[in-house]
Design a protein around this ligand. Structure first.
Ligand code: ADP
Length: 255
């Protein structure tokens, strides 16, 4: 696989983001509106089910978009504060399961002694939802998403203590060309109304805004693995003993 952990800067001016988001939300509302009209005049059960599933997809996408707009508008300093108890991650991963298609299985492998880490729980929820959605999109015929989490000691490649969360799929994977652009805001290989190209940019902003990091490994035909690193906090919500200010975790430089 190829490792890519950097891309151009975040979402940019709020006005630019708003323009795209409003455009996308209008498209999604049109999908929901026409879905409702179709439901009104269709009696075939399978057809109705397909329409409902399309509408649910559009609603989730709309929630993600409004979330991203909110994030772009929020001053960075305001997102400081809050943490996720390590013991709650498994429950969170389980809740997300319900947002997925029935042909996709989520397997969790979360260390039982997982440290508490720096993240707003709601932001983490949306970050994971973005990663799940990408994984699901890469598995049109179904498959397995694995969510794993472990503690990373400073000796294991970082000079601070981190919690590592991995979201892996066995889907289509990415070409090197797609991988190198995956973090660029509005870069998408998905059709209009289905991809926004903001998902990974948003997840990256979330991780880095917390002093963490993100990395992706992907291989065409084999699957994709996203690693999120979030700094450990101690129960009071204070940052852990900081040995250094830089993250020593530096992925190989070919990305
Ligand atoms: P979007 O999902 O709206 O397209 P993202 O920023 O989340 O926006 O992703 C950008 C692109 O990266 C996607 O269009 C897709 O080509 C690729 N990508 C992201 N995650 C995966 C994945 N798990 N498997 C394969 N390709 C992916």
């Amino acid at each position: 696989g190829v490792f890519c952990s950097h891309g151009p800067e975040g979402a940019g001016a709020i006005r630019d983001v708003a323009q795209f988001v409003v455009h996308d939300i209008n498209n999604l509302l049109a999908v929901i509106g026409s879905g409702l009209r179709l439901l009104d005049c269709q009696s075939d059960a399978a057809y109705r089910k397909a329409i409902v599933s399309k509408m649910q997809h559009a609603i989730t996408q709309t929630a993600l978009l409004s979330r991203q707009l909110l994030d772009a508008a929020r001053p960075r300093a305001e997102s400081i504060g809050g943490f996720v108890a390590g013991s709650r991650l498994a429950a969170l991963a389980g809740t997300l399961d319900q947002a997925l298609r029935p042909d996709i299985t989520v397997r969790t492998d979360i260390a039982p002694d997982l440290w508490d880490f720096d993240a707003d729980p709601e932001e983490l929820y949306f970050a994971l939802l973005n990663l799940y959605r990408n994984a699901a999109d890469a598995m049109p015929n179904g498959g397995t998403i694995t969510v794993a989490a472990r503690n990373v000691e400073p000796s294991a490649g970082a000079i601070r203590e981190f919690v590592e969360i991995v979201v892996a799929d066995d889907g289509e994977g990415m070409t090197e060309e797609v991988l190198s652009q995956a973090f660029i805001p509005y870069f998408t290989t998905k059709g209009a109304g289905s991809g926004t190209g903001l998902g990974l940019a948003h997840v990256r902003r979330f991780a880095e805004g917390r002093g963490g990091a993100i990395g992706i490994e992907s291989e065409r035909g084999a699957g994709t693995l996203v690693r999120l690193f979030l700094p450990r906090v101690h129960a009071a919500g204070l940052p852990s003993s900081i040995v250094g200010t830089e993250i020593a975790y530096t992925p190989s430089a070919n990305g």
